[in-house]
Write a protein that binds this ligand. Structure first.
Ligand code: SF4
Length: 359
């Protein structure tokens, strides 16, 4: 990697944060209020599986067609992977995560308390109002654990730190074409926002060297999470380059920043202000328009939708998205993977064949 900072692991960050006297919340994907957690004394560390954890233990609690993120995260928890965290936050991103929240909270009842956050499925004023109330409820639950009710100075400090990190993430995307980094390096830094303290993320993002990125057939990546990161090495070896993304673990979390006002209202406005997103029930036409614009601006010749198997919110959108984009002359490949830690030959062959058609 061209930057001089080494990116620590999640475990190293958890140990460091706890040694500094802060609480850690394990957070499931993917929209949640970082500044609210921080103001209440919690550092969020996200759990996207993790890949490679066997499904067996988690699988006992869910139907066979439940996605890998939910099943492997539950396995991880049952194997003690989340021992030592102070809370587990399960946002209601989709029915599978709602199910996970219920299974954990009502049946498994792990030692760390399980908190939920119900995210509205639309962006009307009434949805905003609902989310404000949800954020207040979550804040009360966090305060009950930490004993800390944020003072105005706590909110101010939390927003200052998290806004700086959100700006750094947006800036990273804006500078993408002027960074001398591979796709794997770029996404290693983007994804470090999932667990690094905000200040460390700002430093890491700012450390990337300016210059020309490697070349390749320009593609856009959509979907949930680009795991394993080897995906980028494979795409690069196939002669492709990821010039834009619409990933839940990436660009979908570049939120517009809001200044001042009631903290919960400000957070709700921010969370509802992100780009079109299948988990929010946004109209397909709005998603297709957004993807077309992003692909046009980045010069992407095709779209790879890359999802964990059985991801319902993504699956609902794929046929119509494909129709809209194909009508605009933009080819789409939908790939479903298991989060096993490596890619199958079948997936690699499909990706390679798709890249070939874009040359
Ligand atoms: S992969 Fe899809 S179904 Fe699974 S948790 Fe994420 S959004 Fe929900």
């Amino acid at each position: 990697m061209t930057n001089s900072l080494r990116c620590p692991t999640r475990a190293e960050v958890v140990a460091r944060v706890q040694a500094a006297g802060r609480r850690v919340a394990a957070v499931l994907p993917y929209h949640y209020p970082r500044a609210l957690l921080r103001a209440h004394g919690f550092h969020p560390v996200e759990v996207w599986g993790p890949p490679g954890v066997p499904r067996d233990e988690g699988g006992r609690h869910f139907q066979a067609y439940t996605c890998d993120i939910v099943v492997r995260a539950t396995s991880f928890l049952l194997r003690g992977g989340l021992d030592g965290v102070d809370a587990i936050l399960v946002p209601h991103t989709c029915d599978a995560l709602q199910g996970m929240g219920s299974v954990l909270g009502d049946f498994v009842r792990p030692t760390p308390p399980v908190l939920t956050l119900y995210l509205p499925r639309s962006r009307r004023p009434v949805d905003h109002e609902f989310l404000v109330a949800e954020l207040r409820r979550l804040g009360e639950a966090l305060a009950a654990i930490s004993g800390r009710v944020p003072a105005p100075a706590d909110w101010e400090a939390a927003f200052a730190a998290e806004d700086a990190a959100d700006r750094a993430l947006a800036d990273l995307y804006a500078r993408r074409e002027g960074l001398a980094v591979t796709d794997r390096e770029f996404y290693t830094v983007v994804r470090s926002r999932e667990f690094l303290p905000a200040e460390d993320f700002v430093a890491l993002a700012g450390s990337l060297a300016a210059g020309d990125p490697p070349g390749g057939v320009p593609v856009m990546l959509s979907g949930i999470v680009a795991e394993p990161l080897d995906l980028f090495d494979h795409l690069s070896a196939m002669g492709a380059r990821v010039v834009a993304d619409d990933l839940a673990s990436g660009r979908r979390r570049v939120y517009p920043l809001q200044d001042g006002g009631d903290p919960h209202t400000r957070l709700a406005t921010r969370l509802l202000g992100g780009p079109p997103d299948p988990t929010r029930g946004d109209p397909i036409a709005a998603r297709a328009r957004h993807l077309r614009e992003q692909m046009g601006a980045a010069g992407a010749r095709g779209l790879v939708i890359y999802d964990p198997k059985f991801c319902e919110p993504e699956l609902f959108d794929v046929p119509l998205l494909r129709r809209h984009l194909s009508a605009a002359g933009l080819p789409v490949l939908h790939v479903e993977v298991e989060l096993t830690g490596s890619l199958t030959q079948q997936t690699l062959t499909r990706l390679e064949a798709f890249v070939e058609t874009l040359r």
